[in-house]
Design a protein around this ligand. Sequence first.
Ligand code: MG
Length: 123
Amino acid sequence: MKKPTIVAIDDEIDFIDMLEDYFKLRGYEINVASKAAQGIELINNKKPDIVILDLKMPGINGEEFLGLLKSKQPKTKVVFVSAFDDAGKTKARILNAGAYAYMDKPLNSLKELEKVINKAFKG
Ligand SMILES: [Mg+2]
């Protein structure tokens, strides 16, 4: 079974390191960035199937990033992983803007994220 290619962008370096280890070990192609500008470059170069995106980052935030990404590569599925919570308001807005999923950080398990990613890739 073909696996989706992934780009993960989050200013929390421990988190993207963990994602990189987990997905590489399982045979996925994953590239990570801790800065939005670097993330945009990766997306332009790699044209990933899936983007794992943080919401709160210095510079461009995840919501603006989503708009940019959707205008350039509408087929790319975006999965947000964020600890930010304002009673679901931002979550609803982001899903409305075309994100595939919004998962709460900390994740219960990376396996759960992997399942969502594969579902997004198939759908
Ligand atoms: Mg952040």
